[in-house]
Design a protein around this ligand. Structure first.
Ligand SMILES: [Zn+2]
Length: 85
């Protein structure tokens, strides 16, 4: 598993697939579009690296569900900051 993580890390360039934060190899967690359960049987090119925060936050969601959630939160924060002016 550790070797696999290193292969994927080198393949994707070492940034979190969701928040974009630069990751060190030891911080990178493997993630799959369909969820963590799909990581085990998936080929390397279907995997990506994510940070621990995004991995925990994503939970059982798929990649597209989680990206939608992140966009909705960003929109809410933007509206809140506009309303506060
Ligand atoms: Zn992240």
């Amino acid at each position: 598993m550790a070797e696999r993580r290193e292969r994927v890390y080198r393949l994707v360039g070492g940034g979190c697939a969701y928040c974009g934060r630069a990751l060190h190899l030891h911080e990178a967690h493997l993630d799959h579009e369909d969820g963590v359960a799909a990581v085990a049987g998936a080929p390397d090119h279907e995997l990506r690296c994510v940070c621990a925060d995004c991995r925990a936050d994503k939970g059982g969601r798929t990649g597209s569900e989680y990206r939608r959630l992140r966009r909705a939160r960003q929109a809410q924060e933007m509206l809140a900051s506009l309303a506060g002016r």
